[in-house]
Ligand binder design. Structure first.
Ligand code: S3P
Length: 428
């Protein structure tokens, strides 16, 4: 745990790439492990969260090797080739790891305990426990929180109307549905990211998906497949905002995921007047990617709510920083899910923005920010939350004076090398 000091910058410049998409990386490891045959993954994220998924799968008996050129090979076990883990699976800080893997171990003929760090053990798991129990799994927990003791077994298909738009919930159920007889369907109030559905098709499984939800026909067999993971748009978003806010900036981020269910940051920033251009997208194994070029712009306020929220769920911290520099009042609503992330992100954002002098008011399900307001350096509480640490590193670039990010090194959870990259592209 180390604190990180951020000094103001004049501009950001350069062409660079960001680590592989974290959501796609988790799925690439899990689906490869479930498949028949050997899969190779290029561009796998080196984030600590993805390492947690890898370690859990290894504990379930999956052989995963790192080859030259950063390629990772997974010897697929087939859906039933896993062995009972030695001790509890440790998902660390990663919601995707615990929720997606729960869907897989719920169908195994053995009992698995899955847990994580202090933050993960505070997060809600009822959202996956309920549907998995309806499918026939037995899950013990205290107050629906990790550790979860999952007594796996034969599952039945369900039609599940989720009351929250969550790709982790949807993916958990779809993965479990691969083991059940018949069609398992999930509907959600507005579309969440669809990486699981796209990747299932790459592994030879027909997944039906649309704006309202997704379904799989079980039992289904996955065939090994090579995956090339595009850059993570959520990681890129910190630089999209930095380049928009700092004068004379011009950056290009190469080969980033432009999956439409993730493009809310592009839509929101563009609606605020940002100057972002995308190169023609190229699609590989169902996932489109493109280069994103951004230059400085004068931003204005926007209304962010409704079905936009799941599409910017991880980018709201940095969008809030952008809103402090936008002309007018930005209202963020319908974002109560942010209270259930690695930290209570609504409170974390508002307290830290206030510490830097922003005009912001926290509401039940969002915040109201009026700008533009100059920010001043402050001591920032990261709440050990990677996205809070990175969003406020960007705030530190545009502030006067120095900004100290407490436990800024928690950025390793999703973006190892974030501060090194920032140092490379900044000019003072
Ligand atoms: C993720 C889904 C989102 C997102 C998280 C990654 C995924 O969570 O916030 O960072 O990989 O499916 P929810 O499903 O809880 O919204």
């Amino acid at each position: 745990m180390s604190d990180i000091l951020v000094k103001p910058a004049r501009t950001v410049q350069g062409t660079f790439s960001v680590p592989g998409d974290k959501s796609i990386s988790h799925r690439a490891l899990i689906l490869s492990a479930m498949a028949e045959g050997k899969s190779k993954i290029t561009g796998l994220s080196d984030a600590r969260d993805v390492a947690s998924t890898r370690r859990c799968l290894e504990n379930l008996g999956v052989k995963i090797s790192s080859l030259k050129g950063g390629i990772v090979a997974v010897a697929g076990k087939g859906k039933y080739g896993f062995r009972a883990a030695k001790g509890p699976l440790d998902a660390g800080n990663s919601g995707s790891t615990i929720r997606l893997l729960s869907g897989v171990v719920a169908a195994q003929p053995f009992t698995t305990t899955i847990t994580g760090d202090e933050s993960l053990c505070r997060r809600p798991m009822r959202r996956i426990i309920e549907p998995l129990e309806r499918m026939g799994a037995h899950i013990e927990s205290s107050a629906y929180k990790a550790p979860l003791v999952i007594r796996g077994g034969a599952l039945r298909s369900i039609d599940y109307a989720s009351t929250i738009a969550s790709a982790q919930v949807k993916s958990c159920i779809l993965l479990a549905g691969l083991y059940a007889n018949g069609t398992t369907r999930v509907t959600e109030p507005s579309p969440s990211r669809d990486h699981t559905e796209r990747m299932l098709e790459a592994f030879g499984v027909k997944a039906h998906f649309s704006q309202s939800g997704a379904g799989v026909q079980g039992p289904a067999t996955l065939q090994a497949c090579d995956i090339d993971v595009p850059g993570d748009l959520s990681s890129a978003s910190f630089f999209l905002v930095a380049a928009s806010l700092l004068a004379d900036s011009e950056i290009t981020i190469e080969q980033v995921s432009v999956n439409p269910t993730r493009m809310g940051i592009y839509d929101a920033l563009s609606a605020m007047g940002a100057m972002i251009q995308t190169s023609p997208a190229v699609t590989f194994q169902g996932e489109p990617r493109a280069d994103l070029s951004v230059r400085s712009a004068r931003l204005h306020s926007a209304a962010l709510g409704g079905s936009m929220i799941p599409r910017i769920i991880d980018e709201i911290p940095v969008l809030a920083v952008a809103a402090t520099q936008a002309q007018g009042t930005t209202v963020i609503r319908d974002a109560g899910e942010l209270r259930l992330k690695e930290s209570d992100r609504l409170t974390a954002i508002c307290r830290n923005l206030q510490a830097m002098g922003a005009n912001v008011r926290e509401t039940k399900d969002g915040m109201i920010i009026t700008g533009p307001t100059p920010l001043h350096g402050a001591e920032i509480e990261s709440y050990d939350d990677h996205r809070i640490a990175m969003a406020f590193a960007i705030a530190g670039l545009i502030a006067t004076g120095e900004t100290l990010i407490k436990n800024g090194s928690c950025t390793e959870i999703s973006f190892p090398g974030f501060f090194d990259l920032l140092d490379r592209i900044r000019h003072d």
